[in-house]
Ligand binder design. Structure first.
Ligand SMILES: Cc1cc2nc3c(=O)[nH]c(=O)nc-3n(C[C@H](O)[C@H](O)[C@H](O)COP(=O)(O)O)c2cc1C
Length: 218
């Protein structure tokens, strides 16, 4: 795919179809993501893939906990509780309002998508050692993005979500993830349900001049 088309295909897919994803493609995508740079080539990430019956079981157990209103307890919980500055807070509020407005009167809701874990047929869980500096979280983010671009390039749709990692005990029940690793993020891979309105929501970005400053003259 042309790089500009790969970039343009970046989009959160909140409802996947049941269509099977080729394991060969998933492995290729992860192999390509391995090109991601990291601090001193530390490559702190580990990758655990749930597919088939395992993905289904994780989704089912997650749904039970979410519907039972179990308090999420992500491995990154302490980081998620950090207070947000005004600029990202404002952007999150804008997203929430525009998405609510877009979905008014629809049966597919944002909350439902989270509870169902987007019906993702493949979930890639990414971890870093519990003993990690902030640099490793930076590296994990970079790895995630390379993985998603590689997936888009191979015709897959993606869903990066904190929702996937709300209940690490569920993930550990099915995947052999050592206790000394933090499950940072889950990325859903699959094919979008084109009939789902929620998948047609297009997010916007703040104008470039709000985030970019270039200076050349002293
Ligand atoms: C680290 C991270 C965590 C996210 N967690 C969630 C989530 O739990 N639920 C969700 O619906 N979207 C989640 N998203 C998706 C973002 O909301 C989405 O990427 C953003 O609104 C921009 O939309 P776009 O990806 O469609 O361009 C997450 C994205 C990232 C990068």
């Amino acid at each position: 795919m042309d790089f500009k088309d790969v970039l343009a295909s970046e989009h959160a897919t909140r409802k996947f179809t049941d269509q099977r994803v080729s394991e060969k493609t998933v492995i290729k995508v992860i192999e390509e993501a391995q090109r991601t740079p990291s601090l001193l080539n530390s490559q702190p990430w580990r990758i655990y893939v749930a597919e088939g019956e395992v993905a289904k079981a994780i989704r089912k157990d997650h749904e039970e906990k979410a519907l039972g209103h179990e308090e999420p307890h992500e491995d990154f919980a302490s980081l998620l509780k950090v207070e947000w500055d005004i600029f990202p807070s404002k952007n999150m509020a804008t997203m929430s309002e525009t998405l609510d407005y877009f979905l008014r009167g629809e049966s597919d809701t944002f909350d439902q998508a989270q509870v169902k874990l987007f019906n993702a047929p493949v979930i890639v869980f990414l971890t870093i050692p519990k003993k990690s500096p902030a640099w490793s979280i930076f590296d994990l983010g970079a790895f995630s993005q390379t993985l998603m671009l590689a997936a888009n390039n191979r015709g897959l749709s993606t869903m990066p979500a904190q929702a996937f990692v709300k209940y690490p005990d569920v993930i550990r029940k099915y995947l052999d993830i050592p206790e000394d690793e933090s499950i940072g993020i889950g990325i859903g891979l699959g094919y979008p349900n084109k009939k789902a309105t929620i998948n047609n929501y297009k997010s916007k970005r703040v104008p470039l001049d709000e985030v970019l400053k270039i200076k050349k003259d002293i």
